[in-house]
Design a protein around this ligand. Sequence first.
Ligand code: ADP
Ligand code: MG
Length: 361
Amino acid sequence: MAAPIILRLKGVKKKFGDFTALHGIDLEIEEGEFFTIVGPSGSGKSTIIRLLVGMDDLTEGEISLRGNRIDQVPANLRPTCMVFQSLALFPHRSVGENIEFPLKIRGVAPAQRKERAIELLDLLRLPREFYGKRIQQCSGGEKQRVALARALAFDPEILFFDEPLSALDYRLRKTLEKELKDLHERTGKTFVYITHSLEEAMVMSDRIAIMRAGRFEQIATADEIYARPVSRFVAEFMGEVNLFDVHGTPNGGLVGKGIELHVNGVARDYGLDLGPEARFTMMVRPESLRFLPAGETADIILQGVLTAQYALGSRIQYNVETASGVQITVEKLREDAFGGGIGDAVVLGFDIDSTHLIGGE
Ligand code: ADP
Ligand code: MG
């Protein structure tokens, strides 16, 4: 990652009256990056984007684009463009007129405008006949593509997206996630994307920032966030995950709190000091747990009873309750399905290598 920094935020703070929505954000985004900010509702995602495009003023701090301060530059003079959740297209106009709108404002001649609109239709893989089609006659997915084409007609240096897919149905969302990733690759532009769905972020992004109450909790690649979340908050944001409170033992092992979980000596260097006072959260993903047949073993073994199972398409999710009442989630591919049924006693196993320790409880 040696690309130059296109966008830099230094100590960016935003207050609404007494309420601090952003607590001094520092961030560097690289040229051509697909950077996604993920966080629950109210964490400050839209506030950041509004400051970046100039729809709102910051309280403190600096925003620079290629090293030049832009935080005092009016929105219409910033080389950035925003794609909203609500599309803000002109419903009674044609697709072509909508795409050409930014060019018309800039005084580009009609012939050139049309040429560019056709190029953008091609780029978005929309049929050229759509040029004359009314927006009202387009489906939700087509409108989204038109809105993207129009945003690109501005030829912005950075495209900002504030939850553009959240109003669409699941299947269309999945399709457009892949199209956006593909569009990012084809245009080479810098994309800054906001979503409350980490799954959506993971499909598309080079790097992800996890936001919590006006601060970044972790900024890393999707793989890093998935395998090594820095906090319980980040781990839980990713959907199903098993988290156990553990503490160190004098012999360098780990003991679970409220669960029959013992590890004597630790086969892997967690890069943490495992003294008897140490408190951690141990994370293990549902897919890393195995149902152990008699005679098979694993680094960590838990006994329990199967309490529920759910078909998730290609996978099956199981809930297991241990003797001490701890709920555990297991996921298996269909071909590795557990043969038994609800109420069966089961033995679960997982290996130290498939765990991750988070500092603090
Ligand atoms: P997100 O986009 O992550 O859901 P927002 O950035 O919209 O969150 O909002 C972050 C916090 O700032 C919320 O608590 C919200 O109520 C508050 N907020 C946003 N805009 C304003 C405003 N104009 N006046 C007062 N509070 C605001
Ligand atoms: Mg928002």
